[in-house]
Design a protein around this ligand. Sequence first.
Ligand code: NAP
Length: 244
Amino acid sequence: MELGLAGRRALVTGAGKGIGRCAVRALHAAGAQVVAVSRTRADLDALVLECPGVEPICVDLGDWEATERALGGVGPVDLLVNNAAVALLQPFLEVTKEAFDRSFSVNVRSAFQVSQIVARSMVDRGVPGSIVNVSSMVSHVPFPSLSVYSSTKGAMTMLTKAMALELGPHKIRVNSVHPTVVLTAMGKRVTADEEITRKLKERHPLRKFAEVEDVVNSILFLLSDCSASTTGSGIMVDSGYLAS
Ligand code: NAP
């Protein structure tokens, strides 16, 4: 399948580590011009060394004003991956205002804001585009101590549909991917208990979690014209968990 991403300009948030970093590598290898947005400068410096030509932008996406300053002049973008997120584990009864606000600011509000910046420019230029929101299977199924995180991902599901509805007439598609556990830094944090993790893995029909590359392949498919008639939709990358 020819994805045809060469020459397109893509912006990936949360590009410093994990799934976002792998997405930047894949887009770069496919010939796309990539804007890599993340919070830790050292991660971006290393990424630029690895993928020459990638444009780094260092900003805390949980800060609305800083994001506006950093991305307001980002220029034309054809493809957007809203990937940055935090997973702050707290039992429901112990959730703090700080964790709630931080989670919604980074996981939902920044996707909202960055999408507005990118989509306004697409509409002004009269060009088509594709946006992929990196959600999670916990947007569909609850897990202990993840009430806030899964609520942000549930919100992202509706945001995906709402954006698809309003942006569709402008030929801008919006979709999401929903991974199960991926053993990135975030994934390792949420699976710290070995016994619970072993049992969780066994509940997946494929008896495994997902690899970073599995998630990135679905992101690339949704970014590309290979999914030209797909919008407001989501791909489960969950090793069959929701079918069980
Ligand atoms: P990760 O390894 O923790 O990487 C997240 C990246 O996002 C890091 O580079 C991080 O930078 C950046 N980021 C976080 N907050 C930011 C902020 N406020 N501003 C700018 N950048 C920020 O996470 P991951 O596992 O790759 O997760 C990527 C996406 O997949 C997330 O949306 C996550 O919810 C989703 N997901 C992950 C899993 C999993 O098991 N890993 C499962 C389902 C869905 P810093 O490190 O510098 O903060």
